[in-house]
Write a protein that binds this ligand. Structure first.
Ligand code: NAD
Ligand code: ZN
Length: 253
């Protein structure tokens, strides 16, 4: 968080304000994005050091890309899986996990696919974009998605255990719809007293649309992000700083 007396006072006042809102909130919903896992060493897509500076999303994270070159897409996911496997949840994951068990009206909606919220012990969570640790049949033979934590994955591409066709990563790619059940849970959770948006560039829809939905329904919206985003001007309180620092400060109030 920003240093310097005047700024520090302002930040302290904002933390106190946020903390007061949290203390009064019957229902608290937190929407997280890749920034929450940045301190764990998981690269974000956008922002400083983001993956999209080196790769193009449309080359790797779309059904079209997979149909064109499954080996390339799988190599990228295999690399990300091995990178994430070596990472640990950070203080931001820990604080949210603690809130999830301590706060009866808590809900976590995450866009992350890395599994770090789960590893931190978070209850009441919805994975809007699936999991990098789940595989699905590309042939849609009817087999249920299955867990796979092998690093590295072999053979690559992996196969569906039911029909032998190629498997695909169990994540939601650009251009794909979200699971209707997850969407319904997200819609429900968007009716709340405080809606906290943490570490997301707020440009990927429909997840980003939940922020406005919550605001329109009367939630007090708090954003935690070291950089400004397209929603920074419309939130009630913008806490500029890394999630692991700001959430730790809020947890210590
Ligand atoms: P994004 O990469 O678009 O944006 C990351 C945001 O995090 C930026 O706004 C950046 O300023 C912020 N940030 C960076 N460091 C931070 C920190 N220490 N604390 C708080 N914020 C920080 O991420 P997104 O909005 O989640 O993008 C959506 C898509 O990216 C999703 O579909 C998601 O599945 C995918 N994604 C997931 C992971 C993951 O699972 N960890 C990683 C990369 C991308
Ligand atoms: Zn199959």
């Amino acid at each position: 968080m920003a240093e310097g007396d005047a700024t520090e006072e302002g930040v302290t006042a904002d933390i106190t304000r946020a903390s007061a809102r949290l203390a009064q909130a019957g229902r608290l919903t937190v929407l997280t994005g890749a920034g929450v896992s940045a301190a764990s060493g998981v690269p974000t897509f956008r922002g400083a050091g983001g993956l999209w500076r080196h790769f193009r999303a449309e080359d790797l994270a779309t059904p079209g890309a997979f149909a064109r070159d499954p080996a390339l897409v799988w190599e990228w996911y295999d690399w990300r899986r091995s990178l994430i496997a070596a990472c640990q949840p950070n203080r931001a994951h820990e604080v949210l996990a603690a809130w999830s068990t301590a706060h009866r009206g808590f809900a976590l909606l995450t866009q992350n696919v890395d599994g770090l919220h789960e590893r931190a012990g978070t209850a009441q969570m919805t994975r809007l974009h699936g999991s990098i640790w789940t595989l699905r049949c590309w042939n849609e033979c009817g087999a249920a998605p299955w867990a796979n934590r092998d690093v590295p994955l072999r053979p690559l591409p992996p196969r569906c255990p039911s029909c032998g066709a190629m498997a695909r990563p169990g994540v939601v790619w650009f251009g794909e719809p979200l699971d209707p059940l997850d969407l319904a849970r997200a819609d429900q959770a968007s009716t709340c007293d405080v809606f906290m948006v943490v570490g997301t560039s707020a440009v990927v829809h429909p997840a980003a649309g939940l922020i406005d939905l919550a605001r329109v329904r009367g939630a007090f919206v708090i954003e935690i992000n070291p950089e400004s985003t397209p929603v920074s001007d419309m939130v009630d309180l913008s806490l500029r700083g890394p999630a692991e620092v700001v959430l730790d400060a809020l947890a210590s109030c």
